[in-house]
Design a protein around this ligand. Structure first.
Ligand code: SF4
Length: 923
């Protein structure tokens, strides 16, 4: 006889929103309660809730604990998507969402019943491993363990351990180099017709675009001179299939690999989806023709996970490690950041839990690792070498190119989608910073665990123990490096500097940097508690002396590392008998990570030589103290290329055969609204290798004149926070939510949010905010896109990256004209632009127009989208108006007028029927 189904436990449930707090006793109805009552209720007994950190933030009580349904969901359905709201959970579970806040506690109980019922179902896909993980979670005192135990019986056959269930990757022979082929326009158009499907609307812009893209696949005429195409692709032309058509024809004919690089995870997801039209999920031999490839710091490191599960993580961290292990068993590719691990999972646990499970610090021991053959990172690298299409991001493409590390051939055909971000990505990739955090990481990498450190961190000596004992000179080099690394900052360095007691030459240097930055601050930032910076001009004698000592110390560290690199090379050339292929791979890995640390040290030494020495016209250097809420969190010297496209051209463009940069906002617009290519050409790096790029532009097919309206509100005074908050509140109310509010300063965003969130919540208009809600940006966007009454406030990441088509986004409200921040770097680039005859003001205008165009681009994502773009600016210069697409109605109005326009509904819906939906997506 089957065991009787256990009864779900009767538990109280708590819901908190900006409109209030509701608690229901087991079996009772919900009552609105005060904060004190809610806190007491949670202290007395386990309480059901959804997203405990968010509830804690609403209560203003960070120590709140309870039975969080999101954790239960992560256990039951690891690697499955769920928007972490009552509505989102209801959709994931297939039950009715609550009607309002007061009904939510009851809904939480219904959700619990539905989730516990999953455990009894035969079709529960993620049953394997659940019982074993639950035993570990019980030992970690996970509050759900007791609740779940009666519902998850012990399986008859023992469950396999996670590390036994993961598949091993296979080594494959290297692909031959791609055949040199020319592809014809007919082939490309035929492929486009196949990919878009029968009966699809023929889009002339897309056909023309696809034809232009095929140019980059033509055989190259001269070494170092790739085909370079700059392609402006107006929103809605169907850019993705436009380039995947020639790409898939070329990949098939040449048997080569195309890399498409993106800036946002959204586009990566879209590309993965759309590539299914051109490639199957798997080839006949089981290999994947399309692979998403990210930097190694995105993937789960199994060795770190094993360590965390075996005591490396304590308390709540131990619970996180077990839930991540559940996920790893079901994950598609082990990608923890933007892959199938729910973005909200990490935010439910103490900070840095997720990042500590990735390989952030380059401590990988490669073939020395017991999980090497199952490692997600190694698998991703190998599958991409066999793929037809690799979907990557700008930073990874550039880092791989700069460090020359590739599995298989380096990419020679590259498409940079979201190409307007290539400059910024190159700017960060080719930057150098000698700061406390970087320096202490280097110390840990060399020395390994010191006092009080947890976890499996190992130093050079442990990683290379066998080589060191076999090769005397190598062993001595390791010893010497460990000795020299004592000069680097150690734990507690910030405290020692604050107390005026730095230890060692690098801490002394950072102390002098800090003293100089504070001495020279004229921004008021030192008083106000913000980060501050100063250029390296006329450095004080004490700073020059400290820089010289630090330079000597760094050179003293670089020397034994160089020797060690040579010894490893010698061991590889004349290998001992015991060195098997895994050992060789491990030494190869060590050589590689040693190589880039040697380069890092050389870059630091060059930066220090600048203090008291001559400036290098190619670089902009400065000193900075990074602070948050008046507390220092880092101190350092920084170096950026004046033009980061110079190294980009050298390491990415020059070795390539065909490259395209494409985006809806690649080119600026002139006064007539036509493309102005000057900025795009200079931001492509072409001129550094004497290339003349081919240019093409396909306008958007969207009817902006009918679907959009730009309103410039002229009666909100700059700096008047009360008026700014009032304007946001009225505009959000007028449009009934569906508003994206964009800010240039976090401080103002927080001030506005604090003033209006409660009031809007009472009108059933939820307001979410980056930098306020304890939720990651991707999840915030999911929540916003899932609820047409929700609004979202955010900063740059939202302006550039979110893609919310449809009714959820009906207005974008900018707090002000997005002027560039007047940093030292900005000033230097502005001056260089002015010197070249452009004028400093024109430099700023280009940046602002690009930002406005990006922000406007969030509004109209499909042909049927319609909405208002509002800028709160008393003095919006007319010369910036060309940022908006040609034909878009633009008006300067009072706030009252703007409110009544928004209240009347989106422009295309005023007095008309909504147009028939046409399948034209934003790309
Ligand atoms: S091979 Fe490296 S990254 Fe992979 S699991 Fe082992 S230590 Fe982690």
């Amino acid at each position: 006889m089957a065991a009787p189904t256990p009864e779900p436990p009767a538990l109280p449930a708590l819901h908190a929103s900006h409109a209030g707090l509701w608690l229901s006793a087991p079996g009772g109805v919900a009552q609105e309660i005060g904060k004190g009552q809610a806190i007491n209720a949670c202290a007395d007994t386990p309480v059901l809730m959804l997203n405990a950190p968010l509830v804690a933030a609403r209560l203003g009580y960070p120590d709140l604990s309870g039975l969080d349904l999101l954790e239960l969901y992560a256990f039951l359905h690891p690697a499955r998507f769920c928007v972490p709201t009552p509505k989102g959970l209801a959709a994931a579970l297939g039950i009715e969402p609550p009607e309002d806040d007061a009904a939510t506690p009851l809904f939480l109980r219904e959700a619990l019943v539905a989730m516990l019922a999953v455990c009894g179902r035969d079709d529960w896909q993620e049953r394997q491993g659940a019982w074993s993980t639950l035993q570990s979670l019980a030992r970690a005192r996970w509050p759900w363990a007791q609740v779940l135990a009666p519902f998850i019986p012990k399986p008859e056959r023992a469950e396999r351990w996670l590390f036994a269930t993961l598949p091993e990757w296979e080594e494959s022979p290297e692909r031959p180099q791609p055949a040199q082929v020319s592809i014809s326009e007919e082939e490309v158009h035929g492929q486009l017709a196949r990919l878009t499907g029968q009966g699809a609307e023929k889009r002339e812009g897309q056909r023309a675009y696809a034809g232009e893209v095929s140019r980059i696949f033509a055989p190259r005429d001269a070494k170092g001179r790739p085909h370079l195409l700059l392609a402006q692709a107006g929103t809605g032309i169907g850019k993705t299939l436009g380039y995947l058509s020639p790409a898939s024809v070329w990949a098939e004919r040449s048997q080569g690999t195309l890399w498409v690089s993106t800036y946002t995870k959204n586009l990566q997801r879209q590309l993965r989806r759309e590539s299914r039209r051109a490639w199957p999920e798997k080839r006949a031999d089981g290999s994947a023709p399309v692979v998403v490839r990210k930097g190694r710091e995105n993937y789960l490191c199994l060795l770190n996970l094993e360590d965390a599960m075996q005591g490396g993580f304590a308390g709540r961290g131990a619970v996180l490690a077990q839930l991540v292990a559940r996920w790893a068993q079901y994950s598609r590719d082990g990608d923890m950041i933007g892959g199938d691990l729910p973005g909200w999972l990490g935010t439910l646990f103490p900070r840095r839990g997720i990042s500590a499970l990735t390989d952030q610090r380059g401590e990988c021991v490669y073939a020395g690792c017991p999980h090497y053959r199952k490692c997600f990172i190694e698998r991703a690298a190998r599958t991409s070498a066999q793929a037809d299409l690799v979907i990557a991001n700008h930073a990874l493409v550039m880092i791989n190119a700069a460090r020359g590390r590739h599995h298989g051939h380096p990419p020679t055909r590259l498409i940079f989608d979201e190409g307007h971000h290539v400059f910024d990505a190159a700017d960060s990739t080719f930057a150098a910073a000698l700061n406390g955090q970087e320096a202490i990481e280097l110390r840990r990498w060399i020395i390994g665990p010191e006092r009080n450190s947890r976890g499996r961190r190992r130093g050079l000596a442990a990683r290379l123990a066998d080589v060191a004992s076999y090769d005397d000179a190598g062993g001595e080099a390791v010893e010497a490096a460990i000795e020299a690394a004592q000069a680097l900052p150690a734990d507690g360095w910030l405290g020692r500097i604050a107390e005026g007691a730095p230890s060692g030459p690098l801490e002394e240097l950072l102390a002098q940097v800090r003293a100089t930055v504070f001495a020279r601050d004229e921004s008021g930032g030192s008083e106000a508690g913000y980060g501050i910076e100063t250029e390296i001009a006329d450095p004080p004698g004490a700073l020059v002396d400290a820089a010289q000592d630090a330079q000597v110390a760094l050179a003293g560290l670089r020397k034994p590392l160089l020797t060690l690199g040579q010894r490893l090379e010698a061991v590889m050339e004349d290998p001992p008998d015991w060195l098997d292929s895994q050992g060789r791979a491990r030494i190869e890995g060590a050589r590689h990570s040693l190589g880039w640390r040697i380069d890092l040290l050389a870059a630091w030494e060059a930066l220090l030589a600048r203090i008291g020495g001559p400036a290098d016209a190619d670089f902009v250097d400065w000193l900075a103290v990074d602070r948050f809420e008046a507390r220092d969190y880092d101190i350092g010297l920084h170096r950026r290329w004046l033009d980061p496209m110079k190294p980009f051209a050298k390491v990415v463009l020059e070795p390539a055969h065909g490259v395209m940069l494409t985006s809806a906002t690649l080119a600026d617009r002139d006064a007539e609204g036509e493309p102005d290519w000057a900025r795009a050409i200079s931001a492509s790096g072409a001129e550094h290798i004497g290339l003349k790029p081919h240019l093409t532009s396909q306008p958007s097919p969207f009817d902006y004149a009918r679907n959009a309206e730009v309103l410039i509100v002229t009666d909100i005074r700059r700096g008047d926070i009360a008026a700014l908050a009032g304007a946001y509140s009225r505009l959000i109310e007028a449009s009934g939510g569906g508003t994206l509010g964009l800010f240039t300063a976090i401080k103002r965003l927080r001030a506005v949010h604090a003033r209006i969130a409660d009031r809007l919540a009472r009108a059933r208009l939820p307001l979410y905010a980056q930098h306020v809600d304890p939720i990651d940006t991707g999840t915030l966007t999911d929540i916003f896109g899932d609820d047409p009454r929700a609004s979202l406030l955010g900063t740059d990441a939202l302006r550039d990256g979110i893609d919310v088509p449809g009714d959820s986004l009906r207005s974008v409200v900018l707090e002000a004209v997005p002027w560039p921040r007047p940093t030292i770097l900005h000033r230097a680039r502005r001056a260089a632009f002015a010197e070249s005859g452009g004028g400093g003001g024109a430099y700023d205008d280009r940046i602002i127009r690009a930002r406005l165009a990006q922000a406007f681009g969030r509004l109209i994502r499909t042909r049927e989208d319609s909405g208002h773009f509002v800028v709160l600016s008393a003095a919006f210069p007319s010369r910036l108006l060309s940022a908006f697409p040609k034909g878009t109605p633009i008006e300067r109005v009072t706030l009252d007028e703007a409110v009544s326009r928004l209240a009347a509904g989106p422009p295309a819906r005023q007095g008309e029927m909504k147009p028939a939906a046409i399948d034209a997506t934003a790309d």
